[in-house]
Design a protein around this ligand. Structure first.
Ligand code: DAH
Length: 339
């Protein structure tokens, strides 16, 4: 092989694939490459031509190297996975989901009551008349049944209902457990209401129940004060207004001092300084007896609150419909402990 031939070869060489490229590498750049003979022949070249000869061989070598690297680069690029699949690229920001605001509030409520010994209990959303009404001291045909517009479903002969409140779980717990009982029951409830910003056909409640010997109204009040301060802050005050529920006697509605305006008065508390958050009372002896608990030995208190209502106060969400529309722009805004 002489310089001319190799130069001609290099000028027309094609290196379309790995295999040809490897053969080319062995031939021109490998340990026994064709240029070695040309370098070895330098000693036979007349002195005055040595320099020019050497330069020509060097040029061949450089050209071969250049061709090799260019072809190699071209081949790796066609094989490469492209910028969006570059596995060495730093990862983008992970998409972290958010908890639903109602889950956050429910969890917070449960946690607060857990600390003072209340355990969670749950019951079915499809209920019978006994658990939703009769055992809770709603006599048949009593107008108190109309306080909660009920969805009834005819199932053969039987009429069943979607529970209108989580108070039905109280009944199930008392029927199945002996006192002392300390339980909270979170869950979804249903009412036959037209959907608007202020009402929905389903919403969420947390029910509380405490049954033991010598449970007093003072215990109820102190428990709810503890809860309100844990949820809304240590400055929070509560007040109780007499009310009526068939399943408690006496009954009360509970207000907390408005944390948005430090009880000075704002449009959320309608300039009263107070926000209504739940109903409560001493469990009516009729309810204890209906559930098989001796009302001479035991007494207890119960309370029930709306989760949406509390979320509305903590997150200032004024339209109830947002909670069930699954709009990601709304849901993304909630982080645990933000309120
Ligand atoms: N069940 C009632 C409602 O849905 C709320 C309630 C009031 C629950 C008083 C109670 C209670 O346990 O004692 O409106």
């Amino acid at each position: 092989m002489n310089i001319e031939d190799l130069s001609l070869e290099l000028s027309s060489v094609q290196l379309p694939d790995e295999q040809t490229l490897e053969q080319f590498r062995i031939r021109f750049l490998g340990s026994k490459n064709v240029l070695k003979d040309l370098y070895a022949a330098i000693k036979d070249i007349p002195n005055d031509q040595k320099r020019a000869y050497g330069q020509q061989v060097n040029a061949l070598k450089e050209r071969a190297e250049q061709l090799y690297h260019e072809a190699k680069a071209a081949l790796t690029q066609t094989q490469s996975v492209g910028p969006e699949e570059d596995l060495t690229r730093p990862a983008g920001d992970p998409q972290v989901g958010a908890h639903h605001p109602l889950s956050l509030i429910r969890r917070e409520i449960i946690e607060i009551f857990n600390r003072i010994g209340f355990v969670v209990s749950e019951g079915p959303e499809i209920e019978d008349d006994w658990h939703n009404f009769s055992a809770l001291n709603f006599p048949p045909e009593h107008p108190a049944r109309d306080m909660q517009d009920t969805f009834f479903i005819q199932k053969g002969e039987e009429e069943i209902a979607l529970r209108t409140h989580t108070s039905s779980v109280q009944v199930r717990v008392m029927e199945n457990q002996a006192p002392p009982i300390r339980t909270i029951s979170p869950g979804r409830v249903y009412r036959n209401e037209a959907i608007s910003a202020r009402a929905h056909c389903f919403f969420h409640q947390v029910e509380g129940l405490y049954i033991d010997k010598d449970v007093s109204f003072a215990d109820l009040k102190q428990t709810l004060l503890y809860f309100a301060q844990a949820l809304f802050g240590p400055q929070t005050q509560i007040r109780m207004r007499p009310s009526y529920f068939p399943f408690t006697e006496p009954s009360a509605e509970v207000d907390v001092s408005c944390s948005l305006c430090a009880a000075k008065g704002c449009n959320v508390c309608k300039y009263t300084g107070w926000l209504e958050i739940m109903g409560c009372g001493m469990v009516d002896p009729n309810v204890l007896e209906a559930c098989g608990i001796d009302s001479k030995t035991y007494s207890g208190f119960a309370f029930g609150m709306g989760v949406e209502r509390i979320a509305q106060l903590k997150y200032r969400v004024t339209d109830l419909r947002l909670y069930s529309e699954n709009d990601a722009r709304f849901l993304r805004q909630f982080k645990p402990g933000m309120a």
